[in-house]
Design a protein. Structure first.
Length: 253
């Protein structure tokens, strides 16, 4: 049965940025499909833990500052110690800084690039090494953006980082497919999250965005549950190096 190929029972998924928003929505989707969840964030994740547990799955919360690379191997090690293995990595943690390009600071550039693309690569590398060590293959799902495809305004480092995510997703897929490691990305459209709160509060900007979205609404964290389960499951076993837009039709316009 085809539905059995979406089953993630006995799988272990690391989801970064899992305390709220898109990360939480994807963690819950993976849990509903049967996976145990390791949530990583710089704050505690009691709500995510509660909801994962309510779905009958185990949850391990790890607080870590992913602006630095130091915690990455420790997160892999704690996951293996707790669950015996890692099967899935969702590289969701990220930040955004807004300012006119003419005034953008080096710090805002470096902070965003460090977590949005540098950490994504090196966390993926650590997960791939673990997959190879296990001999089991694995799934890596990076979180891209509409700005992987477009330029945007007032977010130069975010645009650069998310364009980079699309590129390194392809690179990882090219090199690691021989190890049965599938690397893909999800590019969320305009989603109702903390990152978009300033835009949604601007009536003119929010209206302009909604006028372009055929679905006529902002996306919700739950809208990523289906796509992330697909990319984390054996149903996507011949999908590699792809960036999947989940945007309500934004790019189609």
């Amino acid at each position: 049965m085809i539905l059995s190929r979406f089953d993630l029972s006995n799988k272990v998924a690391i989801v970064t940025g899992a305390s709220t928003g898109l990360g939480q929505g994807m963690a819950l989707g993976l849990a509903e499909a049967g996976a145990d969840i390791v949530g990583v964030d710089y704050v505690a994740m009691p709500e995510t833990e509660l909801q994962v547990s309510a779905r009958g799955r185990k949850f391990l919360g790890i607080q870590a500052d992913l602006m630095r690379l130091d915690p990455i191997q420790g997160i892999i090690d704690q996951t293996v110690e707790a669950f015996g293995k890692v099967d899935i990595l969702v590289n969701n943690a990220g930040i955004i800084r807004r300012a006119d390009a003419i005034e953008f600071t080096e710090k805002d550039w470096d902070d965003v690039m460090n977590i949005n693309v540098k950490t994504v690569f090196f966390f993926g590398q650590a997960a791939a090494r673990q997959f190879i060590k296990q001999g089991t293959g694995g799934k890596i799902i990076n979180i891209a953006s509409m700005l992987s495809f477009q330029g945007g305004i007032r977010v130069p480092s975010y645009t650069a980082s998310k364009s980079g995510v699309m590129g390194i997703t392809r690179l990882m897929a090219n090199e690691w497919a021989k190890h049965d490691i599938h690397v893909n990305a999800i590019a969320p459209g305009y989603m109702a999250t903390h990152n978009t709160a300033p835009i949604r509060a601007d009536e003119d900007r929010s209206k302009a965005i909604l006028d372009r979205i055929p679905a006529e609404r902002w996306g919700l964290p739950g809208d990523l549950a289906g796509p992330v389960v697909f990319l984390a499951s054996s149903a996507s076993s011949y999908v590699n190096g792809h960036t999947l837009a989940v945007d309500g039709g934004w790019l189609a316009r």
